[in-house]
Design a protein around this ligand. Structure first.
Ligand code: GLN
Length: 307
């Protein structure tokens, strides 16, 4: 039998080989196997660890050494202010995507106070982290009081929707002013035809999405951690833009005047997207902006419908 601090030290030495933050990952892993918080872990440090628990930790570290992400091992990841369940059916939420939530909140806060009904569509919701974080902020800042903010979130993966629903129910207790509908759909075409009716009546104020945007030919060059994430959530087709194109074209008929799209994009796609937007400007009325993430890389496209 060994003690918690000794195991922590030996796991650290192993994880150092593969992880950029071995210290954090070891703590997450030990909290997971010991079923305790980080604060409790400190108090346990000189305690003996049961052999079965030690073996479990060693087995999980083996998986991690093979490149499997820690987030899938422990089953969650923090995003914005909350803890989100993740699974190999969902993309792991990234810190840069938190800015998409901020952009959406800025957009919503710019609406006149008289606007009492707001409808938001998210395409490819995954864990639900974008929509749920928006809703959670609107609830906690009391913005949703006396308003109805409706969310429709689609995903092509039913398993991902299952995780998103679990996250919603665990993170937002009172959903009365922020009702959610999760729909199994390919972009905006539901697999269950009965849901066509629900979707075809909607008109949206805001569309948010972090769609798959990696060009297919680049998938094999992604870091090994990303290789374990669902390809369907990453593969953006030949130039990386095929899902973005589909979102704009398929959802545009369901947008209101003055509505906005806020999309996460591939940093290298700016020029090809500019060409596409020039094309679109012949048929659609909008203005657009490219915005960087906190590392200064172009990461978002916002598009405001003007008519
Ligand atoms: N941000 C992810 C990455 O760089 C890609 C996510 C996506 O395709 N939407 O690996």
């Amino acid at each position: 039998m060994t003690t918690v601090d000794k195991l922590e030290e030996s796991l650290y030495l192993k994880l150092r080989e593969v992880s950029e933050s071995p210290d954090l990952e070891v703590k997450l892993l030990l909290c997971y196997v010991l079923n305790c918080t980080k604060e409790e872990l400190v108090l346990l440090s000189s305690k003996e660890i049961p052999t079965a628990v030690e073996n479990k930790a060693l087995e999980l570290v083996k998986k991690r050494l093979l490149g499997y992400p820690i987030d899938y091992i422990i089953g969650y990841r923090y995003f914005y202010n909350d803890k989100f369940y993740v699974s190999p059916d969902t993309l792991i939420p990234r810190p840069e995507t938190e800015l998409l939530v901020d952009l959406a909140l800025t957009e919503i806060n710019s609406y006149p106070p008289s606007k009492k009904n707001i409808s938001i569509l998210e395409i490819g919701t995954g864990t639900g982290c974008i929509s749920i974080s928006i809703a959670s902020q609107l609830v906690s800042k009391h913005y949703s009081e006396n308003r109805e903010i409706t969310f429709i979130a689609t995903d092509i993966s039913e398993n991902a929707l299952h995780i998103a629903k679990k996250n919603l129910n665990h993170l937002i207790n009172d959903q009365s002013n922020t009702p959610f509908n999760f729909i199994h759909a390919d972009i905006y075409t539901p697999f269950n035809k009965e849901e066509n009716g629900l979707l075809s009546k909607q008109r949206y104020d805001l569309i948010v999405s972090n769609p798959p945007y990696i060009p297919s030919s680049r998938l094999k060059d992604l870091p090994s951690l990303v290789q374990h994430e669902p390809e369907i959530a990453l593969d953006g087709g030949k130039d990386g833009n095929s899902l973005i194109k589909r979102i704009v074209e398929e959802v545009w008929p369901y947008t209101k005047n003055n509505s906005a799209f806020i999309l996460e994009i591939y940093e290298e796609s700016e020029n090809s997207l500019r060409e596409l937007l020039n094309e679109y400007s012949k048929n659609y009325n909008f203005h657009y902006k490219f915005l960087p993430d906190l590392t200064g890389r172009i990461r978002f496209l916002t598009l405001h419908r003007t008519k």
